[in-house]
Design a protein around this ligand. Structure first.
Ligand SMILES: Cc1cc2nc3c(=O)[nH]c(=O)nc-3n(C[C@H](O)[C@H](O)[C@H](O)COP(=O)(O)OP(=O)(O)OC[C@H]3O[C@@H](n4cnc5c(N)ncnc54)[C@H](O)[C@@H]3O)c2cc1C
Length: 466
């Protein structure tokens, strides 16, 4: 693993003891740099390794389908880990405290965990570090170029981050070592892609009690997984394979139309860490799809996605209007008292009962499938700005609906997307219009030029979908 992925976040005296990987963002056994790093450190120290996941009592705006998707996926990950001889521990409670208690009980010598700049995760980590006696290392396994290595400040827009990412990409877009039952592959930088496993996995047994997880009982608590997105690592890789065959070749031309879209629909899998963005990028690079399509997709998967991480990492109030640039706050304030064409109530939005048939159809799609097409997501959010009394209310509504209804919600991409739509983050001023001021607007007329709006509305107005 590239050493710049890992960072010592808790400098405590070294003492022997097992290695614990606290997995909370990268919920996968395959292609996971944090797991690979924890494994390499355990082997170096000749210490046992276990993976712990803590199920929080609550998570802001998460709903049952989110938990069901996550836990069904984790069941598969736990079973893959078991086949590798790595115990999986399911803890419950307030994660920072529960992991700290377990680390004390198991006399952990080293903790490895996922990097995550969102506020709930930062709070969990602060709780843990307040009482953790051993050193802790954070690994950025989410971004291809680790966010802290790409740049040390909030980037103004994609144009300013892109060259930094492009310069570092050859260093970080390296192949993953294989992790196969009973064996580990030499993860040293010199290992050639696809070379055979170089060392036997010789970890001592986990010394503390590791109670078996009662998966059927746990899964029953959260209901069935969402029907439109089968959960788990295998399903994520099948979705990638289907996208490479059918979506990617058309991506440059058709990604922005919500009818028969060419987009990958991989965002729920990426959000829950069930697939690695780096694995997707490697597969896309190797695909025979036209270069233009591959580049268009990698721009979203790498530059836009890593720009969103950069936004949350360097913007403490990433989910508030305080995060908007000064020009955007000024123009929104200037137009705050402009007459709105319609003032929506929360319940009209919830029930897809606004005067705009396209917006209602998009909201129905979101309600029915837990997913909204990328172009429509921008339109959907911008109409909420148009129909709200002020930008604070609009942003809060967009985040509430996006985070509760969308399977990929509560993600850095969502905070950046909402701030882009409502507050001009990563964008520039556009010609001035009522309500929006110089924030870029999107209109039903613009949508009609892009795709067959009538057909989309009809598709999402059928009674069976309601
Ligand atoms: C108001 C609003 C809310 C959004 N909320 C979320 C959210 O909660 N979760 C989420 O993952 N994305 C969110 N996005 C970003 C984007 O719309 C989705 O990532 C994308 O539509 C997911 O569909 P896909 O996987 O088919 O994307 P594809 O077009 O196939 O792209 C592949 C991957 O690239 C990344 N990506 C694509 N577009 C963007 C983008 N604009 N910004 C950052 N990363 C991107 C995603 O990880 C995506 O899965 C939001 C955008 C807006 C405007």
């Amino acid at each position: 693993m590239h050493p710049a992925r890992a960072r010592l976040i808790h400098d405590r005296p070294q003492h022997p003891g097992p290695v614990l990987y606290w997995m909370h963002r990268e919920l996968r056994a395959r292609d996971n740099w944090a797991l690979l790093h924890a494994l390499a450190l355990a082997e170096q120290r000749r210490q046992p390794l276990a993976v712990a996941f803590c199920l929080a009592r609550r998570y802001p705006l998460a709903a049952l389908p989110h938990f069901a998707f996550m836990l069904h996926g984790l069941r598969e990950t736990a079973s893959t880990l078991a086949s590798l001889g790595i115990p999986f521990l399911l803890l419950r409670g307030e994660p920072g405290h529960a992991v700290a208690d377990y680390a004390r009980h198991a006399k952990i010598g080293l903790l490895v965990t996922d990097a995550d700049p969102t506020r709930p995760k930062r709070a969990w980590l602060a709780d843990l570090l307040a009482s953790l006696a051993c050193p802790a290392i954070e690994v950025d396994a989410r971004n291809i170029v680790p966010a802290r290595r790409a740049t040390d400040k909030a980037e103004y827009m994609a144009r300013t981050l892109r060259p930094k990412i492009q310069r570092l990409l050859p260093e970080f877009l390296d192949p993953f070592p294989n992790l196969t039952p009973g064996l580990c592959l030499d993860a040293s930088p010199g290992a050639s892609p696809g070379s055979p496993p170089a060392c036997a996995l010789t970890l001592p047994p986990w010394p503390a009690a590791a109670p078996a997880v009662d998966w059927p009982a746990l899964l029953a608590e959260f209901g069935p997984p969402p029907p439109h997105f089968p959960p788990g690592e295998t399903a994520a890789h099948s979705a990638l394979a289907a996208f490479l065959r059918t979506g990617l070749p058309r991506y440059a031309d058709d990604r922005n139309t919500p009818l028969e879209p060419a987009s990958s629909r991989l965002s729920p899998y990426l959000h829950f860490g069930q697939i690695s963005a780096q694995r997707i990028a490697l597969a896309v690079q190797a695909s025979p799809a036209p270069l233009e399509a591959r580049l268009a997709f990698l721009e979203q998967l790498i530059v836009r996605r890593e720009l969103a991480e950069n936004f949350c990492l360097h913007t403490p109030h990433y989910d508030s209007t305080e995060a908007f640039p000064a020009w955007a706050r000024a123009t929104l304030a200037k137009h705050q008292h402009d007459a709105r064409p319609f003032l929506a109530s929360e319940s009209q939005l919830d029930a897809a009962a606004t005067p705009d048939p396209l917006w209602n159809a998009a909201q129905r799609q979101l309600l029915a499938t837990g997913h909204l097409h990328g172009w429509l997501r921008m339109y959907w959010a911008k109409q909420i700005l148009l129909w709200s009394p002020d930008s604070e209310t609009a942003l809060a509504r967009v985040l509430r609906l996006n985070d509760t209804l969308s399977l990929d919600g509560r993600d850095v991409n969502g905070y950046a997307g909402a701030a882009w739509s409502i507050g001009g983050v990563h964008d520039r001023p556009w010609p001035e219009r009522p309500v929006f001021g110089t924030i870029r607007s999107m209109t039903p007329g613009g949508a009609a030029k892009k795709f067959d709006v009538k057909r989309f509305v009809e598709a999402w107005t059928r009674p069976s979908l309601l």
